[in-house]
Design a protein around this ligand. Structure first.
Ligand code: GLC
Length: 420
């Protein structure tokens, strides 16, 4: 499959602009996205280490003074994307959105350092990057967990990266849509609208955004007053793993990690409170409406990726995961197929996403080698059959969304070249 390896590299290079890479080459996402760039950097590291580091560098150029790294950087302002830079109206040095996305940079950087030999100049650069990532993680701890729970909140569904997941449905239904919203979506003109979020979802996304804009994205006010505030299992799993990987990085460069270490201990302890022993699943928490959220989403299994220090819990999760979508040809569907909210083709409400499979694979490989290998094999097979699309049907592998999708290409390279 050498051809596909070359095609994956070409996909990234074709999507590359000045120092950063678009999520895809069509007009759907004409900017730099936070966690996309993390995955993309990992892909580049398989054949061009400087491009990998540059990708991360460029993303961190948009870091806010308080430490937040935005979910979008608008390097090119002349596009039809909505919400664009004027709709957000914020940014530091680079126009950006006013919310963040899952912090995967520490994990990606550690993986790159473990796989590749860096020269001195690159190492000096990585040390600088590490300091910025530390500032980002401290921002989360300070502003997204003011009650010191060891668990951070997201204040907009877009922050999770799984935008229209049914996880958010009940919290979103509570949001009163602002009157006279005037905006034009471009996404559902570029992609079959049946594969995209609904208009009513967008109305609510924009309503939450407008509120944050009104309070000038002040992080303290935002936590207290956002129309949406959820402690999500998947997001916190990614953050816990990233904190562990950040400690590894800080240690490597002799930088202080006492605060992060302390936070990891608190998270490990309190994460288990989100475990429902009877059901054998984790649940998320709607902080705004004080409700537990039980939606069978693949992201709840990201706990395996977090490497929680609890053998029994991990064992139960793996058992359940084996049954999760075993009746379908391709795994993992973003939502369990027998759940009422499952939709085979609609974005994060059912389709298979390669980054989810990647998190699960990474989480399984030190716990159940045979299962992890089959996840990897099936993920590779899906990409080899259906190409580097954005997402896929779990029933027949039908490719959907954007083609030439950067993180699908990147993670293919990581799975094929880096192995383990
Ligand atoms: C969508 C996805 C998000 C991704 C972005 C760019 O908004 O839901 O996870 O980062 O597109 O690919």
């Amino acid at each position: 499959m050498k051809n596909l390896i070359n095609k994956a590299k070409k996909t990234l290079l074709n999507n590359r602009r000045r120092g950063y890479t678009l999520p895809t080459n069509n007009k759907l996402y004409p900017a730099q996205w936070n966690w996309d760039s993390g995955f993309i950097a990992l892909g580049y590291s398989c054949f061009n280490l400087n491009f990998a580091l540059k990708e991360i560098d460029t993303l961190l150029k948009g870091q806010w003074n308080d430490g937040m790294v935005p979910h979008i950087l608008f390097h090119d302002t002349n596009t039809n994307y909505y919400p664009n830079h004027t709709a957000w109206n914020c940014g530091n040095k680079i126009h950006s959105s006013g919310i963040t996305q899952p912090p995967i940079l520490a994990t990606i950087l550690k993986r790159i350092l473990e796989k590749k030999k860096l020269n001195n100049t690159q190492l000096i650069n990585v040390k600088k990057i590490t300091k910025k990532i530390k500032k980002f993680h401290e921002w989360f701890i300070q502003y997204r967990d003011p009650k010191k729970l060891g668990l951070v909140s997201i204040l907009h569904p877009w922050e999770s990266g799984y935008d229209n997941s049914p996880i958010w449905d009940r919290s979103m239904e509570k949001i009163k849509i602002h009157k006279n919203l005037k905006y034009k979506r471009a996404d559902n003109k570029l992609i079959n609208p049946e594969f995209r979020p609904l208009n009513i979802d967008y109305d609510r996304y924009v309503t939450i955004k407008n509120h944050l804009r009104k309070i000038k994205y002040n992080p303290t006010k935002a936590y207290k007053s956002s129309l949406f505030n959820v402690i999500d299992v998947g997001f916190n799993s990614i953050f816990l793993k990233a904190n562990k990987d950040l400690v590894w990085l800080l240690d490597k460069f002799n930088l202080d990690h006492s605060k992060i270490n302390k936070y990891i201990k608190l998270t490990e302890k309190n994460f288990l409170k989100l475990y429902d022993k009877k059901k054998g699943t984790f649940y998320s928490k709607d902080i705004k409406n004080k409700k537990k959220i039980y939606i069978p989403s693949i992201t709840n299994y990201f706990v395996l990726f977090a490497d929680l220090d609890n053998y029994e819990v991990n064992k139960n999760l793996i058992q359940n995961l084996k049954k999760y979508n075993s009746k379908e040809k391709y795994f993992f569907s973003s939502i369990k197929p027998n759940h009422m909210s499952f939709e085979e083709k609609r974005y994060w409400r059912g389709p298979v996403w390669i980054n989810c499979n990647w998190f699960i694979y990474q989480g399984l490989k030190n716990k159940d080698i045979a299962f992890s290998n089959s996840v990897k094999k099936k993920t590779i097979e899906l990409l080899e059959k259906s190409n580097f699309y954005e997402y896929f049907s779990c029933k027949n592998g039908q490719p959907m969304g954007a083609n030439n999708f950067s993180w699908s290409a990147s993670l293919y390279l990581d799975l094929k070249i880096n192995e383990n």
